[in-house]
Design a protein around this ligand. Structure first.
Ligand code: SF4
Ligand code: SF4
Ligand code: SF4
Length: 272
């Protein structure tokens, strides 16, 4: 029973947020939204505790599909970074702004890049590709993320400056087009570099928020140096090339950790 306290506690936190937002904003959507996400994450944790191998993928599919299909396609809410800029400029505190604040800007101070490991609908598809562990050394073109970040901001700012009509409709089509582009580039890069997560490492504009915030993350994988035998297995199975045996915040690729727990599952000495 003791080990189930964490998923139960997390569910209660999500329920508290759900009820608070429902009552303060007088909108039933928030009750449904946060209850669903809380239940999905708690279920994943429960399955992980039960040592179900695909627990992370279950959460990824439950949350990712909900965001992409229900919020994005059915409710017409642009949940990509362009949607964040759009709602920010209009001053509307809507699902996309709440989502960015919780999952990608302030949340990473607590749970690092948990979003990238358990909820992102782009990675949800990329993680089905065959190169779960990178087959080639890391490349040096991570700077591309700043170009895509700037492009997303310029695109939305230009719509406002040009006083484009029916921006809401444009944002919906930008969501469709943006996702097709993300999947297309992500899958092509994975094949070229033999690395499922190449898009996350070099292209994704959201990492401009995620990386600096997750540097301070409370939740981190730590290594018990007294147990570690330096076999290197953890580094060989890591999809993000993190040097997890180094406990400092400056560990190699430390802000890339997506908390997938592959290193923990594979450590022969239970040192992580
Ligand atoms: S880096 Fe970007 S594409 Fe990759 S999982 Fe994170 S948010 Fe998704
Ligand atoms: S897998 Fe475990 S024992 Fe091996 S290097 Fe990593 S932490 Fe140390
Ligand atoms: S394998 Fe370990 S260090 Fe690498 S991303 Fe997953 S949790 Fe982080």
């Amino acid at each position: 029973m003791k080990k189930h306290i964490l998923p139960l506690g997390l569910l209660l936190v999500f329920e508290a947020v759900a009820v608070t937002l429902w009552l303060t904003k007088d909108n039933l959507f928030y009750l449904f939204n946060f209850s669903y996400i809380g239940l999905s994450i708690s279920l994943g944790m429960f399955l992980y505790i039960r040592r179900y191998r695909h627990a992370r993928r279950v959460v990824q599919l439950l949350v990712g599909l909900y965001m992409l299909v229900y919020l994005g396609l059915i409710c017409n809410e642009n949940m990509q970074i362009e949607g964040f800029w759009y709602y920010l400029f209009t001053g509307v505190f809507e699902a996309a702004t709440i989502h960015y604040a919780v999952a990608k800007i302030f949340g990473p101070l607590l749970f690092g890049r948990g979003w990238c490991g358990y909820a992102c609908w782009t990675a949800m598809v990329l993680d089905f590709l065959p190169w779960k562990v990178p087959q080639k050394p890391r490349k040096g073109f991570g700077w591309v993320r700043y170009v895509t970040f700037a492009a997303s901001l310029i695109f939305v700012a230009a719509l406002f400056l040009a006083k484009a009509g029916n921006i809401e409709r444009i944002m919906f089509w930008a969501f469709i087009g943006g996702n097709i582009a993300y999947y297309g580039v992500g899958i092509a890069l994975a094949f070229i570099l033999k690395d499922n997560r190449a898009f996350c490492k070099y292209i994704c504009p959201v990492t401009v928020f995620l990386k600096p915030m997750s540097y301070f993350s409370l939740l981190r994988i730590r290594c018990d140096e007294s147990k570690c035998v330096s076999c290197g297995k953890c580094k060989r199975v890591c999809p993000m090339d993190v040097d997890v045996t180094d406990n400092s915040r400056k560990r190699r690729n430390g802000t890339e950790c997506i908390l997938c727990m592959e290193c923990v599952r594979n450590c022969p000495k239970d040192a992580l």
